[in-house]
Design a protein around this ligand. Structure first.
Ligand code: HEM
Ligand SMILES: *[C@@H]1O[C@H](CO)[C@@H](O)[C@H](O)[C@H]1NC(C)=O
Ligand SMILES: *[C@@H]1O[C@H](CO)[C@@H](O)[C@H](O)[C@H]1NC(C)=O
Ligand SMILES: *[C@@H]1O[C@H](CO)[C@@H](O)[C@H](O)[C@H]1NC(C)=O
Ligand SMILES: *[C@@H]1O[C@H](CO)[C@@H](O)[C@H](O)[C@H]1NC(C)=O
Ligand SMILES: *[C@@H]1O[C@H](CO)[C@@H](O)[C@H](O)[C@H]1NC(C)=O
Ligand SMILES: *[C@@H]1O[C@H](CO)[C@@H](O)[C@H](O)[C@H]1NC(C)=O
Length: 322
């Protein structure tokens, strides 16, 4: 009998504990705002049609939100008298893009929902990143996103400076940074392929193309033309050879010592037995395993430390606390 009850208890625990940190399935807004997700997708599509890079920018925005105190929309808050937010932190200043598109999505969603303010800004970032990934990567990169994140009422520039990895990090620094966010080596390698899309400023890769030795010399000198030793800090270069497509070209480039950032090339050093090297090699020849692992790691990142239930709020304007 005792065994029976503990069996029942286990069963109840298993079905009651939410699988993703208190979040709900993708159907979360269906009752209160049935057009929420289609509205987000259509604004994202329009924005990417205007400028393909915007898909990359929206993916990065979600990453920078989640890595600073969880996926809570904190990255979107403008500075106030009470706090200095994340927008002016080193990794974000003159770098993070897409804030206007997020405003456009929020306006459209507020209009599409009968009771106006239903969809959180944190959820908008998660869905916009998911849609961008599917648009630039195709159906093999489509995944279901969990929903129900609430928005933070504060933000911290210091936390953004501390928690976001810089492109000069070596492998062990990258891995400990990801581990501090509950992510593992496979997540690090898979998610770094976010660098399969988008552009980077000269100032972020100058050190690598002039000083690193683990770089293809032809690749380095061709980048040096657009990124001189002094001046041109804002000149951009593509993160891989196909910056409008989410694909495994990123990993093929690492095998050729053509990673744009020092941190990218740290994932492949051609050392026998290195787990990271082995993953890079595997993804470079097996696009469907890459897509599968990328989807799984995106879901993990999207579910990092959300505010749920009574925590936080649903902001009316993503830039300000209500
Ligand atoms: C592993 C550690 C990472 C480092 C050190 C890093 C660093 C950077 C840097 C320095 C830039 C260029 C910023 C600029 O030009 O101002 C960049 C761009 C970008 N990153 Fe990362 N990143 C990392 C991980 C990720 C992850 C996990 C994702 C998403 C899954 C991601 C997605 C992107 C995208 C899409 C861009 C291009 C954005 C655009 O074109 O607007 N990065 N990253
Ligand atoms: C700052 O915080 C106080 C107390 O919480 C609040 O009354 C005030 O509106 C806040 N100011 C801004 C600009 O958010
Ligand atoms: C780079 O662009 C930013 C705006 O994004 C601007 O404030 C800064 O002055 C520019 N820097 C250079 C060196 O042109
Ligand atoms: C995504 O959710 C839909 C229902 O909303 C379901 O039919 C589909 O199987 C799910 N896909 C995956 C990959 O979980
Ligand atoms: C990585 O960087 C840290 C901090 O600079 C340093 O202590 C460590 O030795 C480096 N690791 C390797 C393998 O170079
Ligand atoms: C290359 O390294 C030297 C020595 O550390 C440093 O002084 C120089 O600023 C670096 N150059 C670039 C472009 O980062
Ligand atoms: C790795 O190094 C070996 C020699 O140790 C070399 O034969 C091989 O081509 C290298 N592979 C890559 C992808 O650079």
């Amino acid at each position: 009998m005792a065994a029976f009850y503990s069996f029942v208890l286990c069963f109840i625990l298993v079905i009651v504990i939410p699988t993703s940190a208190g979040l709900s399935p993708e159907s979360f807004y269906t009752a209160e705002c049935p057009r929420a997700l289609s509205t987000i997708k259509s604004v994202v599509k329009k924005a990417i049609n205007r400028e393909p890079r915007m898909g990359a920018s929206l993916l990065r925005m979600h990453f920078h939100d989640c890595f600073v105190n969880g996926c809570d929309g904190s990255v979107l808050l403008d500075d106030t008298a009470n706090f200095t937010g994340e927008k002016t932190a080193f990794p974000n200043l003159n770098s993070l893009r897409g804030f206007e598109v997020v405003d456009e999505i929020k306006d459209a969603v507020n209009k599409a929902c009968p009771d106006r303010n239903i969809v959180s800004c944190a959820d908008i970032l998660a869905v916009a990143a998911r849609d961008s990934v599917a648009i630039l990567g195709g159906t093999s990169f489509s995944y279901n996103v969990s929903l129900g994140r609430k928005d933070a009422k504060t933000a911290s520039r210091d936390d953004a400076n501390t928690n976001l990895p810089p492109p000069v990090f070596n492998f062990s620094q990258l891995l400990s940074n990801f581990q501090s966010h509950g992510l593992d080596l496979k997540d690090l390698v898979a998610l770094s392929a976010g660098h399969s899309i988008g552009l980077a400023r000269c100032i972020t890769f100058r050190g690598r193309i002039y000083n690193d030795t683990d770089i293809d010399p032809t690749f380095a000198s061709s980048l040096q033309k657009g990124c001189p030793l002094s001046g041109g800090d804002n000149n951009t270069a593509p993160l891989d050879a196909t910056p409008k497509l989410l694909d495994n070209v990123y990993f093929k480039s690492l095998l050729e010592s053509k990673g744009l950032f020092h941190s990218d090339q740290e994932l492949f050093k051609n050392i026998t037995g290195s787990e990271s090297d082995n993953l890079v090699k595997h993804y470079s020849t097996n696009p469907s395993d890459f897509a599968k692992d990328f989807r799984a790691s995106m879901i993990k990142m999207s579910n990092m430390k959300p505010l749920t239930g009574d925590e936080g709020e649903i902001r009316l304007n993503c830039r300000k606390v209500n």
